[in-house]
Design a protein around this ligand. Structure first.
Ligand code: ZN
Length: 252
């Protein structure tokens, strides 16, 4: 009898990328995220079955996203805000190509909407309306039950304090919109959306202003984990082999 043991599925290799600047200059952010926001995001992923988790930050060599690091990344999560312009264009190009050509998943968080790489992938301004003060209560409503990113999440979720983001959010029409937020001022925002660019899957998840403990929230952690699993590459790693593929015109 042949050995029928199934081949173990390799883990999804996640890199949590963070610009990691607010924590160094704003005591409030350092208080909420004493080890950095990337460590809070990574903490929600570490120890979960089938995930292997690393972190990278802007002040590392080549923003921590060397060819080698990206070559070992199946899904990249991205949080940036005050230092979008400090991300070198060569790094942006590298991340873009890894998504589009090689199918790396990208999970863009909160103010990552204005990152160079997200704007390049979307091809639009990615602009939106926002208000930091006063903080707003945010209610996130699931608008696409059954979508993998909202599995095990309640039909709505309340964050008592968040930054307000409002429409119009200038992104291309998404392939799915799985969350819509409402805010104190009556504003609404498409807080969870997905796209495909080339071989890669891209998810945007809105919550996560740096002065609020959003990334310690178990429901938000669950959605980030779901988004990572959803965005993992599905393309085969071996080159495709056709059964028959004649050269030239069909039928000749
Ligand atoms: Zn913010």
């Amino acid at each position: 009898m042949p050995d029928t043991e199934p081949t173990p599925t390799p883990p999804i290799r996640v890199t949590v990328w963070h610009e990691f600047r607010h924590e160094k200059t704003n005591p409030r952010v350092a208080e909420v995220y004493p080890h950095g926001m990337h460590e809070a995001i990574a903490a929600g992923l570490r120890g979960k079955p089938g995930l292997s988790v690393a972190t990278a930050t802007l002040d590392e060599h080549e923003a921590g996203l060397t060819e080698e690091r990206l070559g070992q990344t199946d899904v990249l999560t991205w949080w940036g805000h005050m230092a979008h312009s400090d991300v070198q264009d060569l790094v942006v190009e590298r991340v873009y190509n890894r998504v589009v050509r090689q199918g790396m998943g990208l999970v863009v968080l909160h103010s990552g909407h204005f990152s160079k790489v997200f704007r390049k992938l979307m091809g639009t301004t990615c602009d939106l309306k926002w208000r930091v003060d006063p903080p707003s209560k945010e209610t996130l409503w699931v608008t696409r039950p059954g979508h993998p990113i909202v599995q095990h999440v309640d039909d709505h979720l309340v964050l008592e304090q968040e930054e307000m983001y409002s429409e119009f959010f200038d992104v291309p029409e998404p392939e799915s919109t799985f969350l819509i937020s409402s805010f104190d001022g009556g504003e609404v925002f498409r807080s969870g959306m997905t796209w495909t660019r080339g071989a890669g899957k891209i998810a945007y998840l809105r919550p996560g202003h740096e002065t609020y403990p959003t990334y310690h929230n178990p429901a938000i952690q669950q959605m980030i984990e779901n988004a990572v699993r959803w965005a993992a590459p599905t393309l085969p790693t071996a080159p495709h082999t056709f059964g028959r593929r004649d050269l030239g015109w069909v039928g000749k």
